[in-house]
Design a protein around this ligand. Sequence first.
Ligand SMILES: *Cc1c(COP(=O)(O)O)cnc(C)c1O
Length: 463
Amino acid sequence: MQYISTRGGIAPISFKQAVMMGLATDGGLLLPVSIPEISAETLTRWRQLSYPELASAVLGFFIDDIPANDLRALVARSYSTFNHPEITPLVKQGDCYILELFHGPTLAFKDVALQFLGNVFEYLLKESGGKMNILGATSGDTGSAAIYGVRGKERINIFILHPHKRVSPIQELQMTTVTDANVFNLAVRGTFDDGQAIVKTIFNDLGFKEKHQLGAVNSINWARIVAQVVYYIYAALKVTESEGVDKVDFSVPTGNFGDIFAGFVARRMLPQQIRHLILATNENNLLTRFILNGDYSLGAVAQTSSPSMDIQVASNFERYLYYLNGEDADRTRRDMDRFAASGSLQFDELAQERVRADFASRSVNEAETIATIRDFYKLHGYVLDPHTAVGVKAGLAGREAGVPMICLATAHPAKFGAAVKSAIGHEPDLPESLAALAGKETRCEVIAAEVAAVQAFVEQHAL
Ligand SMILES: *Cc1c(COP(=O)(O)O)cnc(C)c1O
């Protein structure tokens, strides 16, 4: 499989090159030249497979430059760190299925992709004899998943900036108790935005970037998307089989459009089995406005109880825009230039019709989120985290009789104990792995919110 840029500015490249490139060098995002539709015979075979077996088969369509045996080993290693035999189990609760994506080491769905990406990086660096210094800023969740993705790996160091004393105690412990020699936690005396701005500035220093082989792990990396395609297919096959139906719908709590874009790819592969994709947003509802009214324009970021979705510019949106534009890269580049200049894109009626054929959407406010956690607990005794609750609210509202609704559960509720407590009156039970963090040795460097300070630290500790 070859990869191209949404902006048309690069010659086709292989999967390995695409993983190492991350963001396309023309500023666009990388996509496979085609998305295969899976035959009925293949699907029949896939129904018998375990999660890792299915993952190897699905990934094999998109990755033809890693030998199948090696790919299987990478997948097996990536999911051996999960604490559930089914990796992403489904539980039926009343009128919907909950697809639990939080059984990885940091108890959030980003582990599904970042465990795989870390192993792929290590494999490719070993092959090339290269090295990588990963640099990123986190508001809490992505940082720990990225750290767990590469802890202890050869040829990779990781530097993660988080805002000092502004992440939850659990999030802080999840990061700082990782004491592997290749992991550097930097607590920046400032906000998340300060950390992100510092990282951006350092990445723009092309000499420094080249010298230290700086790498990123944000959700624009194609390897992350493709790893997420697997659980849509896994869930669609399981539920159509157990319910004896043809089709299922999905509801997806959305921030950067990465997870729902994986759903879009999965539906292209299984158009008969996956019907609607519901894109659920919190009060940061730019994407809902886009889907319902064709209005893609920036607003201010609101803080909610689902912080991993407190996002305005969805970094993966451009991938969908490319398909909406009929795979026209020139037009996509012009649209993105216009958006960069004006902060707004408007879509005509024809485009809107196509968007609404691809996605339904609903924005869920704070009161509804908390009420959903409370009501779901009362009805089923099952505790939703606030992100998952946003998706469940939108999913139950959009459900149709005869078509099972699968709601993606993106985080374990114990990671967001305060919000859960405000809904059900008590904190959720702490899973063993979180309870064990208290009292562990920690390692973290408190640092000024200055580019020079962070750059000097990286310079000193880079591979
Ligand atoms: C990152 C994240 C999301 C949003 O996923 P996107 O791929 O950015 O749309 C939802 N829930 C949780 C818990 C997350 O960490």
